[in-house]
Design a protein around this ligand. Structure first.
Ligand SMILES: [Fe+2]
Ligand SMILES: [Fe+2]
Length: 182
């Protein structure tokens, strides 16, 4: 992380704090979705619970790793920064849906998909900056976590597709029956 931070340490801390704020929010989103899915006991979604918990633990690891990186640069992992304030405001709509009383799985996963798209873009940006700074240690660490974020995105996108497909076309098998009544 040294090369990445050598020109402008405060900006490096700001960018890491931006990701950290988002990862902290991500853990809360996953905790809430796991709890709501568990309560609703929808058979399709129950089969995805293990994967959701795994992704939640990865977001938690990202959070803790970012805290350690900020501290290593001499920053405060709980201080607000310019970009951390921005993402806190941006995330409010997503949190309102997921953390509040909304139990509709389509709403929950749609909101999670919005979060994961930003999450992916955020890690991608860090990876590209580490590349530019020729910081191989940071590049390796960012790439590893970006790969996990890519899995989160693919998974969430698939769940949204399944749920929306079910609403629009009915459960698998019903499409044929409806389109070609005997
Ligand atoms: Fe994340
Ligand atoms: Fe994620």
């Amino acid at each position: 992380m040294k090369k990445l931070a050598q020109t402008n340490r405060d900006k490096a801390i700001d960018l890491l704090s931006e990701r950290l704020t988002f990862e902290r929010a991500g853990v809360k989103l996953y905790d809430s979705i796991v709890e709501k899915i568990g309560r609703a006991a929808d058979p399709l979604l129950m089969t995805r619970l293990g994967q959701l918990k795994e992704h939640r633990d990865q977001e938690k690891e990202h959070e803790e790793w970012l805290e350690a990186q900020i501290r290593a640069l001499g920053g405060d992992a709980h201080a607000e920064t310019d970009m951390s304030r921005l993402v806190a405001v941006e995330s409010r709509g997503i949190e309102q849906i997921v953390l509040d009383g909304d139990m509709n799985p389509t709403h929950l996963f749609h909101a999670l998909l919005t979060a994961e798209l930003v999450d992916n873009a955020g890690w991608q940006l860090l990876l590209e900056l580490a590349d530019e700074a020729d910081d191989s240690e940071a590049r390796q660490a960012f790439r590893r976590r970006l790969h996990e974020e890519e899995d989160h995105l693919i998974f969430t996108r698939k769940v949204v597709e399944r749920l929306t497909r079910k609403e629009l076309l009915g459960p698998p098998g019903e499409l044929f029956t409806t389109a070609h009544p005997v």
